[in-house]
Design a binder for this molecule. Structure first.
Ligand SMILES: NC(=O)c1ccc[n+]([C@@H]2O[C@H](COP(=O)([O-])OP(=O)(O)OC[C@H]3O[C@@H](n4cnc5c(N)ncnc54)[C@H](O)[C@@H]3O)[C@@H](O)[C@H]2O)c1
Length: 323
């Protein structure tokens, strides 16, 4: 039985507690959170022991689950890795690139499992459509949220856009060639809304818009490639694929298009999305990686690469600020 300690039991930490409870191979040893108010609520509601310090809880667990604000991720990760504990840390894995670099080095030296909470990789709508995506040349992304002071310790790039950066890097296996970005700081101390264009060496272009000051929520990603259009709604979990009809599309809705050089049959497909709990799936997947001695689905290197692009974007935004 693996023993897990949860560090930070605010909004997301409580979801983690609920999900750890339903993983058979894991026992929750306790939690650490500096807030007396939140801790009292969690102790009463979940019946889980509060530890007086992060150090004391770390001593007695095998998995350190970090859901504290981003600016605390590095210190907690470092402490855990130096104690040879497996670490699950919420996204982004750290705040600065120096911190991310140090974490990658420490994980390698300690030979522990390390997973970053890029939970959209486990979103059932993404999983259902992934097999249709091959060599996209143009990607259009919108991730919009209403304002909430939670998460504003970092910019919208590290808070929200990092989800999409990670998904795109998991698909486009090519280096970033050029990047342009513009962002505006409105309600917090860092950019709250941003638009970014990433050009990859293989010719793919990704256009990302993220906002945490919108009136409505939206989490959409659209891929355009030679033979298909693929749309994913990460929020409503809806999918859409429109492509030239293939052998596999026998039952799909079809229509014909006169291209001027003959007719083409187009298939409209809605890949079936299995109902699932993405947080439970990512935590289970981490436990599986520990048991089977495998690299976690979203490793420290994945977390590092997403942060590297995020920081390039932040640098561009800084340079483009009006005087
Ligand atoms: N994967 C996702 O989709 C997703 C969604 C929301 C938040 N997050 C990430 O989760 C993390 C927490 O976000 P949240 O929305 O739950 O914030 P929150 O403010 O609701 O909760 C953070 C909790 O951590 C506690 N805390 C502060 N310092 C701590 C420390 N040194 N050690 C342990 N606990 C400490 C706070 O008291 C608070 O209870 C952030 O890194 C955020 O980016 C990820």
């Amino acid at each position: 039985m693996l023993r897990v300690g949860v560090f930070g039991v605010g909004h997301l930490g409580k979801f983690h507690l609920n999900n750890w409870k339903s993983i058979e191979e894991v026992n929750i040893s306790g939690f650490f959170d500096p807030s007396d108010e939140i801790s009292a609520e969690v102790e009463e509601k979940y019946g889980i022991k509060r530890f007086p310090s992060a150090e004391e809880l770390m001593e007695i667990c095998d998995i350190v689950d970090i859901a504290a604000p981003t600016t605390y991720h590095f210190d907690l990760c470092k402490m855990a890795i130096l104690k040879s504990k497996h670490v699950f840390v919420e996204k982004p894995m750290a705040h600065t690139m120096d911190e991310a670099r140090e974490i990658v080095k420490l994980v390698k030296e300690a030979d522990v499992k390390f997973q970053v909470g890029h939970v959209e990789r486990f979103n059932p709508a993404f999983i259902a459509t992934k097999e249709y995506i091959s060599q996209p040349m143009f990607i259009e992304v919108h991730r919009l949220a209403q304002f909430n002071p939670r998460g504003t310790d970092v910019s919208v790039i590290l808070d929200l856009m990092i989800h999409d950066i990670d998904i795109i890097l998991s698909i486009v296996k090519s280096n970033v060639k050029h990047l342009s970005a513009s962002g505006v700081t409105v309600l917090s101390d860092t950019p709250d809304i941003a638009n970014v264009r990433i050009e990859f060496d293989n010719g793919c272009v990704a256009n990302l818009t993220s906002s945490r000051i919108s009136m409505k929520k939206m989490r959409k990603m659209r891929f355009f490639q030679k033979d298909a259009y693929i749309g994913i709604d990460f929020l409503s979990k809806k999918t859409e694929v429109i492509r030239y009809k293939t052998e596999k599309d026998k039952n799909a809705l079809t229509f014909d298009i006169d291209t001027g050089h003959g007719a083409k049959t187009i298939a409209v497909i809605a890949p079936e999305v299995k109902e699932s709990n993405a947080i439970l799936d990512e935590l289970r997947s981490f436990v599986q990686a520990i048991h089977s001695d495998l690299t976690p689905r979203v490793s420290e290197l994945d977390g590092y690469l997403a942060m590297e692009v995020a920081h390039q974007i932040l640098d561009k935004i800084k340079k483009n600020q009006p005087n």
